[in-house]
Design a protein around this ligand. Structure first.
Ligand code: CMX
Length: 137
């Protein structure tokens, strides 16, 4: 059987000021973000840097109702989630559910970069908020 989870798609970093953080990480990576969008379903503004085999996603909250707003209030800026690329998200959801992991939604939904995404509760993953993502056709 092939490894079901083979690659880190991206690391999500929660930031309080997107413009300030874009400048900071642009200096660090010596490049500009290749993509920016508003993810309405998550009340977020995001920016992605391409680092070859993986990406870094900056996340700025657009509402006090967003998960990132609560995270920033409680913990401040920093690594928010790790996203793993999968080929078949439904199959992986069934597998991980049967292994005892807590999924945060019944179904995957459309996330940034037009991917299908689902999250695992950090309490079932040693304190790490895990995202599974699958490319859409
Ligand atoms: N990483 C690690 N732990 C986290 C966390 C994170 N990102 N967010 C919350 N937690 C921890 C909290 O510290 C808290 O732990 P303690 O009970 O030990 O204090 C616990 O999880 C509960 O946290 P909370 O602040 O009470 O928040 P909620 O339970 O209301 O929500 C979570 C937590 C994970 C269910 C919620 O953030 C969520 O649904 N996340 C998934 C969606 C998301 O994060 N979207 C943003 C990214 C979208 C994108 O990339 O496009």
């Amino acid at each position: 059987m092939e490894d079901p989870i083979r690659q880190i798609d991206h690391i999500g970093i929660a930031v309080t000021d997107m413009e300030v953080s874009k400048k900071l990480f642009s200096l660090m990576f010596a490049k500009q973000p290749f993509h920016e969008e508003v993810v309405e379903t998550q009340n977020l503004k995001v920016a992605f840097f391409d680092l070859g085999h993986t990406k870094v996603e900056l996340l700025e909250s657009m509402s006090d109702k967003s998960a990132v707003h609560k995270f920033l209030e409680k913990r401040g800026q920093g690594i928010h989630h790790v996203a793993f690329l999968v080929d078949d998200i439904h199959k992986e959801m069934d597998r991980l559910r049967s292994e005892g992991f807590e999924l945060l939604s019944e179904k995957p939904f459309r996330g940034a970069l037009n991917k299908l995404v689902v999250f695992l509760h950090p309490k079932s993953a040693n304190g790490v908020l895990v995202e599974l993502c699958q490319k859409m056709e």
